[in-house]
Ligand binder design. Structure first.
Ligand SMILES: [Zn+2]
Ligand SMILES: [Zn+2]
Length: 600
């Protein structure tokens, strides 16, 4: 049976469902047909044996991430077709108490969509089932709304449930005061940004680096015409071995003179289809123990990544009864305090893994849990309105900081332009309101080295803020390992705490594997490389204008090269436009953010 005929059956069933004729028996017959007509006995036996073998392999695996990973190979319109097909079928199965057929129906659909690898599909279907059922049963969104939030099949703002607004205090916004350069001899702070370490404790040098799973370099022999996984790491779909992370961290201890560290999450590896809670806790405890030993007197200001949860990405809000995340937040609170946070952050971390603390006199840090903004967190499909009131809490602290003449640095894992639309637009509005107070924003998650500029909501040409998206320590994928050093104005009375410059260091993985010793490279200094006077919002906007005027020129080549941590240099005109557009889009689904980029 072809997808089209399957679709017809679905539409037929849907019509019956929608017109509310009580034809349960017809529905059941049709579903039986849908399921059993598509497979002969041999195929059914084969399918059931592969499901059971995969089940065995996936005993402790995640529910969601494997399907997400498998779907990533599809283009958006294919994904939307897939979503349009799946959601009504699942609703019918729920309505007729026949969810036991879900495996078969979804497997059938995966099979028809040959781009989804069979084994991953089988595992994913099995793994996703319970949470998908709960989400679809409980979410007030209709089918189109679910596909809009999951795969951007339609603009999220077309659905009133996905559109919500935070409340700003009555106090009027003060007159904007753009940052001014400090005197050259004023004191500076040096801040290390570490992100996305993703150590693979099962990394096996010489194993297959090109495998059908989401993460390789852990098992199997390389194909005869291919090289095996490098000793220090591999550019293909692999995370880094422990010794490579250790080598990079030891280099920082030896060479860099730092005051404190911004540490923005994602410690576990990408074997997301078979991770348990104890696997995640092992990664968290082992990596943090190494950091405590290597940096005994430094404070790490931590933020939580999407990979710390099990299943990956799944951060239930308190209204989700079937799952809770306290197992993780308790360990994070212990670990983060051990890494230098003051003990009074514990209560806040236990509640939602976000907190605020004072870094230096006049500098407040706010660490956000961006998993409550992320579309990969399917629990938000049930209710995505300011989960845990985090943004309202954020506003309160920014107002407190404004009232007490403090400056604020924000750290988080997902950059705000990768959040669900309403979260992202609300965040943008908050940054607009508190532009005089927010002196820095630091995120990770992308693994590439990027930044994004915020503009005035009214005068859309006036830049108001900049978010730095730091490079990953992991190579995943096709990247060199890296870290970032920020030079910041402070610490003295009246410090602006704005970033004055940053320097990025990479490990040259090719040379490291070749000479069998870690080889590092000072990749670039932002001000020098991009010929910028300072790193204030105006300077970043000026850079963007120069890039817009010469998309195919050498400066844009440099931006692309550094975004890939010098691992790739080829980026055609469309690729350049897409990257430039990202640098200008601090809001998700902003239809006009890139209007000023010349079309061709
Ligand atoms: Zn990551
Ligand atoms: Zn991440």
């Amino acid at each position: 049976m072809k997808v089209t005929s399957c679709l017809l059956v679905v539409l037929y069933l849907l019509t019956i469902y929608v017109t509310r004729i009580d034809v349960r028996s017809i529905l059941q017959n049709s579903i039986d047909q849908l399921v059993s007509n598509s497979f002969d006995d041999d195929k059914l036996n084969l399918m059931h044996s592969s499901i059971s073998s995969y089940r065995h392999r996936l005993e402790h695996s995640t529910k969601f991430q494997a399907l997400r990973w498998s779907l990533r190979k599809l283009k958006n319109d294919e994904l939307c077709e897939f979503c349009d097909l799946m959601v009504p079928v699942i609703r019918i199965l729920i309505e007729t108490n026949r969810t036991s057929h879900l495996d078969d129906v979804l497997l059938f659909i995966c099979k028809e969509y040959k781009k989804i690898e069979q084994n991953v599909c089988i595992g994913a279907v099995h793994e996703y089932k319970d949470a998908v059922l709960e989400t679809i049963t409980t979410s007030p969104l209709n089918n189109k709304g679910l596909c809009a939030i999951a795969f951007q099949c339609e603009p999220q703002f077309d659905f009133p449930l996905l559109k919500w607004n935070v409340t700003l205090p009555d106090k009027p916004k003060p007159q904007p005061k753009p940052p001014q350069p400090p005197s050259p001899e004023s004191p500076k702070l040096t801040v290390l940004h570490l992100s996305d370490i993703h150590i693979d404790f099962a990394y096996k040098p010489g194993s297959s680096a090109d495998c059908p799973e989401p993460l390789c370099c852990r098992a199997g022999q390389p194909a005869p015409n291919q090289t095996g996984a490098g000793f220090w790491g591999d550019y293909r779909s692999c995370d880094i071995p422990y010794w490579t992370a250790e080598g990079l961290l030891k280099r920082i201890v030896e060479i860099e003179n730092i005051d404190f560290i911004y540490y923005t999450g994602d410690l576990p590896p990408h074997n997301v289809w078979n991770q348990s809670r104890s696997d995640q806790l092992y990664s968290i405890r082992t990596i943090n123990q190494l950091l405590t030993e290597l940096f005994p007197n430094k404070t790490f200001y931590s933020a939580v990544g999407n990979h710390e949860a099990a299943p990956c990405n799944m951060y239930p809000t308190p209204n989700i009864r079937s799952d809770n995340i306290s197992w993780l937040y308790e360990v994070l609170a212990d670990n983060w305090i051990k890494l230098g946070l003051s003990a009074d952050t514990r209560e806040s971390i236990l509640q939602g893994a976000f907190y605020t603390t004072i870094v230096r006199p006049g500098l407040r840090l706010i660490s956000l849990n961006m998993n409550y903004c992320a579309q990969e967190n399917f629990w938000l499909f049930i209710n995505s309105t300011d989960p845990l009131n985090q943004l309202q809490w954020f506003i309160q602290w920014l107002q407190y900081a404004e009232d007490h003449e403090e400056k604020v640095h924000i750290i988080g894992h997902h950059p705000p332009n990768s959040c669900l639309t309403a979260f992202s637009w609300n965040y943008y509005k908050i940054v607009n309101r508190y532009e005089n107070t927010i002196a820095g924003q630091f995120f990770g998650h992308i693994h590439a080295d990027e930044f994004t500029v915020f503009y005035d909501e009214i005068d859309q040409k006036r830049p108001v803020s900049i978010a730095y998206i730091g490079p990953s320590v992991t190579t995943y994928s096709h990247l060199n390992p890296g870290y970032r050093i920020f030079t910041i104005d402070g610490n003295y009375p009246g410090s602006s705490y704005w970033v004055l410059d940053h320097r990025t260091v990479i490990m040259n993985l090719t040379a490291t594997n070749l000479y069998n010793q870690t080889i590092f490279l000072d990749e670039y200094n932002a001000r020098d490389a991009y010929e910028m006077k300072y790193l204030f919002p105006n300077d970043w906007n000026d850079l963007i204008e120069r890039l817009q005027n010469d998309i195919d020129g050498p400066l844009m080549s440099l931006i692309y090269k550094y975004s890939r941590k010098s691992q790739s240099i080829d980026c055609d005109h469309d690729c350049r436009r897409a990257l430039l557009c990202k640098l200008k889009s601090a809001r998700f689904e902003d239809p006009h953010a890139c209007d000023s980029i010349p079309p061709f």
